[in-house]
Design a binder for this molecule. Structure first.
Ligand SMILES: Cc1cc2nc3c(=O)[nH]c(=O)nc-3n(C[C@H](O)[C@H](O)[C@H](O)COP(=O)(O)OP(=O)(O)OC[C@H]3O[C@@H](n4cnc5c(N)ncnc54)[C@H](O)[C@@H]3O)c2cc1C
Length: 441
């Protein structure tokens, strides 16, 4: 039986950030990951002969914790991201609506996006958004719990946002980001993701990964943990917690091996956290809200093609289709491919149980509506399901998220579902890991 200062379960960004922080302070730590690669929901790997990733990801310019962790691991942001100053919204087979997202780095595009695009949004549509955004940001600060009771659809109706503005702007910026239809998307989550852009507007732009996320981001963090003296083990499925006199004393792996530590950080998804905690803390009052916090799925679909699906690699939203967001990736993440389209599907529940061949037919049909002919250029494809990976971002659940600190001696939580202001994002996961690390002296 081996003894550590800290055991971290789960090598997603939460576990990796926590591990990097603690190993740099000289803690004797063991980081255990169930899968064969590190990265969790930000991993890239080979799936039955095709290189895939957990789903296409965008780095948002206002992130501060993730870049700090990356720099600490010796990763240069300019080497792993290609910057986008705009996003596209496709609502039909005509030219896309172009929205500038970078007031400083792409000032002209941003201004053009605001005053132009009259074919899609009239002055009346744009003006109808003003009270919606101003009140939403105010409510986010002043009455967050009340705001979380509303869906973004209800909130837009309350402030008389026009139909066009709602469908062309609010739906892409909500459903396109977290795959939920607007009637199920919490207004608190919508404004919460937007709020950091105000003080950090000058940092805004969007980063597309130049390479698989495990390769360019997560493995370098793991390597730095090892350089700092920590141990990182993949293929290590934690089956249960070791409990003595109500305290967490370590973990037991699937193969029966036991590791003991003064602190155990559970940096797994909410689904696994419930699975590990329920058998021991079923009736503990502190864990009840978290046990009631529902889960939500996501589905990513990745198509290898004979040529690029669209002329540039840019984040695109297609609000009236099942392609809630997508990007061509052959000049960014998958540069060995002639064409690579990565899609996040909405609503995910519709596709979870479908055969990938059936899902592909829905995609081909909806892609046609926005002027993309995919059918004749497809080489191969994979569907990546995240059936239980997210905590629900529907109205009414944000108050159920647990803090990293628990009342149980030896047990700390981390992961994007734990309490931090960035919801289920890479920044949120990173911050949760750093908060968990700060609890260990
Ligand atoms: C399709 C998709 C698109 C996304 N797009 C974006 C985006 O554009 N921008 C953005 O910022 N965020 C995005 N996200 C969200 C982001 O990926 C997550 O919020 C973040 O990666 C979560 O990190 P985490 O460490 O909390 O959890 P995870 O990454 O899920 O890590 C948990 C780890 O625990 C491991 N584990 C589970 N059970 C066990 C066990 N019993 N024993 C050992 N290990 C275990 C898992 O294998 C996993 O590696 C996206 C996510 C998905 C799925």
């Amino acid at each position: 039986m081996k003894k550590f200062d800290v055991i971290i379960v789960g090598a997603g960004l939460a576990g990796l950030s926590c591990g990097l922080q603690l190993s740099s302070k000289g803690k004797k730590l063991l980081l255990l990951e169930r899968e064969g690669v590190v990265g969790g929901r930000t991993s890239s790997y080979n799936l039955d002969g095709m290189d895939v990733e957990s789903g296409f990801h965008r780095y948002i310019g206002y992130y501060t914790h993730l870049p700090r962790v990356l720099r600490k691991a010796g990763v240069e942001l300019s080497e792993i991201f290609m910057w986008e100053e705009k996003i596209h919204v496709r609502v039909n087979d005509e030219k896309p609506l172009v929205l500038g997202m970078a007031p400083l780095f792409g000032m002209i595009k941003t201004i053009k996006g605001l005053v132009g695009n009259r074919r899609y949004l009239s002055l009346k549509d744009k003006l109808s958004l003003l009270p919606f955004f101003m009140n939403g940001l105010k409510d986010y600060v002043m009455s967050p719990h009340k705001l979380d009771q509303h869906s973004i659809k209800e909130y837009a109706a309350k402030y008389n946002v026009t139909n066009r503005a709602f469908h062309h702007l609010i739906v892409p910026l909500s459903s396109g980001v977290f795959f939920l239809p607007p009637e199920r998307y919490s207004a608190y989550v919508f404004f919460g993701l937007l709020a950091p852009t105000i003080p950090k507007f000058y940092k805004m732009r969007v980063g597309a990964y130049l390479g698989g996320m495990t390769e360019v981001m997560c493995q370098p963090i793991a390597d730095q943990i090892i350089k700092n003296g920590g141990s990182v083990r993949t293929h290590s499925n934690v089956e249960s917690l070791v409990i003595e006199e109500g305290k967490v004393k370590g973990i037991r792996l699937e193969d029966g091996q036991v590791y003991r530590a003064q602190h155990t950080v559970l940096a797994v998804t909410l689904y696994t956290a419930k699975k590990l905690l329920k058998p021991v803390f079923e009736n503990h009052p502190w864990f009840q809200p978290m046990f009631q916090l529902p889960l939500m799925p996501a589905v990513s679909f990745q198509i290898e093609m004979t040529k690029p699906a669209v002329p540039i690699d840019v984040t695109t939203f297609a609000p009236f289709t099942c392609l809630s967001s997508f990007a061509e990736q052959s000049r960014t993440t998958f540069q060995a491919s002639k064409g690579r389209l990565s899609i996040i599907l909405s609503p995910p529940e519709k596709f979870l149980d479908l055969d990938p061949q059936e899902t592909l037919q829905f995609i081909i049909k909806d892609a046609r509506k926005i002027g993309l002919d995919l059918e004749s250029n497809i080489l191969d494809y994979r569907q990546v399901n995240h059936e239980y990976d997210f905590h629900s971002l529907e109205p009414g659940f944000q108050a159920l998220r647990p803090t990293q600190r628990t009342p149980v001696e030896g047990l700390i939580l981390a992961g994007d579902y734990t309490r931090q202001p960035y919801f289920a994002t890479m920044e949120g996961a990173t911050l949760s890991g750093l908060k968990a690390a700060s609890l260990i002296k």
